[in-house]
Structure formats: C-alpha cells, structure tokens
Design a protein around this ligand. Structure first.
Ligand SMILES: Cc1ncc(COP(=O)(O)O)c(C=O)c1O
Length: 404
C-alpha cells in the first residue's frame, strides 16, 4: 500500500482518537433549537416569532445610564459576585416586591444573565446521581443544565389547556435523591403562572424531602389579567431552601446585556459564587451600574410593561386563532403555545420548517421543550414581544396558511 493510500486511514484513526476525548456530556444535547430558528429566520428572510427578544428599543433612561457608566469609567472588573450597588438594589427590590429580606453581602450573586445564574447554581449544588425535578414542557436550557451538572432529571408533565400538574405524579417524582426542583414562573413556553396553592404543594414536598426549589422568575413582571406573581422564597418555610434566579433581560428589554442574578441562602451561595467566579468572573461592569438605576424604576414602569404586553398577547391570540391555530392563552411571559392539529403535517418540526421556508414565519417546534419529542409533536410556540409592524407582517404571512 502506498503512503498516499495509507493517509485517509491514518487521518480517520486520528479523527477517531480525537473524537474519543471529546465530552460525552456535550454529545447528549443538541444546539439550541430556538437560536437555530432565529438563524433560519434570517436565511429565509422570515418574520422571527421564535426567539424571545424584543425588536423595539430598550428604555431610553436605562441606555443613558449605561452610557454614563462608561463615561464615569466603570470599565474594569466589578467585584466578582456583583457590584455592591447592584446587589444592594437587587435586595431592596426583592424586599419591596416580594417582602423577602436578603443579605446582599452573602446571598446575592450577579451573573452573566440568568442563563449563567442557572448553570452556576446547578454546578454549585449538584453531585453525580442527584435528581432534579423539572416540569415539562420546559425552557430548553434546563436539559443541558442538568446534563452538564451531572444531575438526573425527573420530568413531570404540565398538561394543556391550563398546564396544571397531577399532584400524585409530582409527589412520585420526589425521593431521597431529590436535590432540587426547578420552577419557572411565569413559565416559558406555556405562559402558566403558578398559583399560591400549587407553590405550597411544591413547598411541602421540598420540606419533606429536604430539597431546594430553584425558581426562574425572569418573567416576574410580565403578567396578565390581574394575575399575581408569587416568589417561592416568600412562602413560609422556603426562605432558606429557595434559590431565586432573575435578570434584567426581559423586564428591561435588554437581552443582549447579559446581566442576571442568583439569590440563595449563604450555604448555597458559597459554591455558586465559586463556580460563577471561575466560569465568567463577572457581568459587564458598566451594565451592572445601569442595572442599579433600572431596579429603582417606579411601579408605573412595571405596570406599563405588563399592559403593553397584554395588548400584544391579545393581538397575537387574534392572529393565531384567525390563522387556524388552537391557542393556549398565557397568563404570563411573552409566548403562546399552540396546537397545530388543524394543519395537515406529520409533526411539529416539519410544520415549523414549512412555516419558516414557505410561509415566512419562524416559530419554535414544541418538541424542543420536551425530553420525549413525541410529547410536543402537535405543538408550536410563538413569541409576541415584537413591535406592531412585526406583528402585522406575521398576520399577513400567516393568512396564507391553509388549515386542513
Ligand atoms: C425561562 C427563561 N429563563 C432564562 C432565560 C434567559 O435569560 P437571560 O437572558 O437572563 O440569560 C430565558 C430566555 O428566553 C427564559 O425564557
């Protein structure tokens, strides 16, 4: 055999050897379907109703605060666990809105978005073999978060139309190996806002099994029809077993700033802070400074935010229902989960593909929110955090859809 003939075999052996040392953890999850849909939206010049980011300007006063912070030379590393002024502002706001008093010196950690906050939390509290209870459909990041932290997920279904859960099923998911339950309220993708009664039921299971509640409350101010957001940490008995995750992205329409935070009791905050430090060191210092100003905005800001999104929700419900979708009306967050049974497609992925390529609208296939893709095969999620001209373009394009 000639040297050149031998080369492909050698190259393939090297490739195999290199592949062996790659992470088997990373092989267990795919790239983000949501962000892939955004890429496809650009490719097909489609209206992007897939990824949850506003396409209108962020509030002028917050942008001015960021500009001012750079001019004032907040340009070096902030304290690893967050600029003191921002941690103080986070603690003040949590007490003001939820009545929970926390120590900003020991219990608040600022991260690069709530995405990092959740990952740092999981890496900080999980040991191999620990189980984490997750409601599904769920925000897609929780899958990789559990895999990378080494947790075994235990899924519990939220069932349409009201996305309630079976209490027996939830109770069965808890056990001696349960380290935590992830509760995302208001919820992405369903729009469910957990009631006090539901949170108390979850609380009782956490107490019984000595588990943490890790709550993702990033949509806390995006709530409709007089619904109230309740933080798990405000419930009796949960102050010291709740890890609350939140951030600036959605409340202040600055998803690209990457400022989020974790509020955790000191024993949990210590490992979370260590993981955070070695993962990212810290969030952008001038944007943390702008956060101080944002978190002091008056109640009227949050009221206007919710009212504005409620009008968009109603507009989008009209558009989707008119186009033939069955919609599950959200009580919070800025997504509408739909049922696509009226359309003649074998599954959600082929439907979403046709929608972006032929109709010109990007949405997220429901299966990306489930461990078992067949569970989401009749569902597709649309966001509505878009300006009126985008919603109008979406309506115009969806009018070409033909229900069977
Ligand atoms: C439930 C939920 N958590 C977290 C995030 C990400 O937040 P951040 O921008 O703070 O990383 C999103 C974004 O869509 C989300 O829907």
């Amino acid at each position: 055999m000639s040297a050149t003939e031998g080369q492909p075999a050698f190259a393939s052996r090297v490739a195999t050897a290199a592949k062996k040392v790659l992470s088997t953890k990373a092989e267990r999850f795919t790239e983000s379907v949501i962000r892939e849909m955004t890429r496809l939206a650009f490719e097909h010049n489609a209206v992007n109703m897939a990824q949850g980011y506003p396409d209108y300007p962020a509030p002028a006063e917050i942008k001015e605060a960021a500009r001012q912070a750079i001019a004032d030379d907040y340009n070096q590393y902030a304290i690893t666990w967050g600029a003191k002024e921002l941690r103080d502002a986070i603690a003040r706001k949590f007490e003001r809105t939820q009545g929970v008093r926390v120590d900003p010196e020991r219990e608040v950690t600022v991260c690069c978005g709530s995405t990092e906050a959740m990952m740092a939390t999981m890496m900080g509290i999980i040991n191999p073999g620990d189980e984490v209870v997750i409601f599904e459909p769920h925000y897609e990041n929780y899958g990789p978060d559990t895999i990378l932290s080494g947790a075994s997920p235990r899924f519990v279904q939220l069932r349409p139309p009201d996305w309630s859960f079976d209490r027996e099923e939830l109770a069965r998911a808890f056990g001696p190996r349960t380290k935590a339950i992830i509760v995302n309220t208001p919820n992405n993708p369903t729009g469910k806002v957990f009631s006090r009664e539901e949170l108390e039921y979850i609380r009782d299971l956490c107490v019984r099994w000595n588990a943490f509640a890790v709550t993702d409350e990033i949509y806390e101010h995006i709530i409709y029809d007089g619904t109230r957001h309740i933080s798990m940490a405000s419930l009796d008995g949960m102050r010291d077993r709740t890890i609350t995750i939140n951030g600036m992205s959605k409340t202040y329409s600055v998803t690209g700033w990457r400022v989020g935070w974790v509020i955790a009791p000191p024993d949990a905050a210590t490992p979370i802070r260590k993981v955070h430090d070695f993962m990212t060191v810290g969030a952008a210092a001038p944007l943390q400074q702008a956060g101080v100003m944002a978190l002091e905005l008056p109640p009227s800001y949050y009221q206007k935010l919710a009212e504005g999104y409620q009008a968009k929700r109603d507009r989008m419900l009209g558009i989707l229902t008119g186009a033939g979708f069955r919609c599950f009306k959200p009580s919070g967050a800025y997504y509408i989960m739909t049922d696509i049974s009226n359309f003649d497609f074998p599954d959600d992925v082929s439907f979403a593909q046709n929608l972006v390529e032929k109709i010109g609208v990007a949405a997220v296939p429901g299966s990306s929110f489930y461990d078992d893709p067949t569970m989401g095969a009749r569902q597709v999620r649309f966001t509505f955090c878009k300006k009126e001209s985008t919603l109008a373009a979406c309506a115009e394009k969806l009018s070409r859809l033909r229900p069977s």
